[in-house]
Design a protein around this ligand. Structure first.
Ligand code: AMP
Ligand code: ZN
Length: 112
């Protein structure tokens, strides 16, 4: 298994989990881009948003449902951003589907 997020999901790399259930895991990003920067990933390997299908799509709504709960727990009642980078031009560097939950500062638009 050569995927770093699969390793985190399977506890092969020790990581402090912010949230975990049978389907997803959330943990702090190694290089935070905001005071709160959490990654939320499915435990099953999905390479990117491009690999979301009718068979696995329920994981995405589950991730968003949990993301809003984490955001409230982290005090982000005034707002936050959820980001998915897909593919080379989207800026994806880890090839395992993940959503960035960013908050604790004002976000700019458009992103760089
Ligand atoms: P992306 O560029 O959207 O693919 O995001 C990948 C993110 O994973 C980056 O923000 C990295 O800082 C983060 N990252 C990479 N390796 C780890 C790790 N071992 N633990 C936590 N975050 C990581
Ligand atoms: Zn993986």
């Amino acid at each position: 298994m050569d995927c770093i997020f699969c390793k985190i999901a399977n506890n092969l790399i020790p990581t402090k989990k912010i949230y975990e259930d049978d389907k997803i895991v959330a943990f702090n990003d190694l290089e935070p881009q905001a005071p709160i920067h959490i990654l939320i990933i499915p435990k099953v390997h999905i390479g990117s948003a491009n690999e979301i299908t009718d068979e696995n799509k329920d994981i995405v709504s589950h991730i968003f449902c949990v993301a809003s709960k984490i955001a409230m727990e982290k005090g982000l009642k005034d707002g936050y951003r959820i980001v998915n980078n897909c593919g080379v031009e989207g800026g994806q560097t880890v090839q395992h589907l993940h959503f960035h939950l960013l908050g604790g500062r004002s976000m700019k638009w458009p992103p760089g």
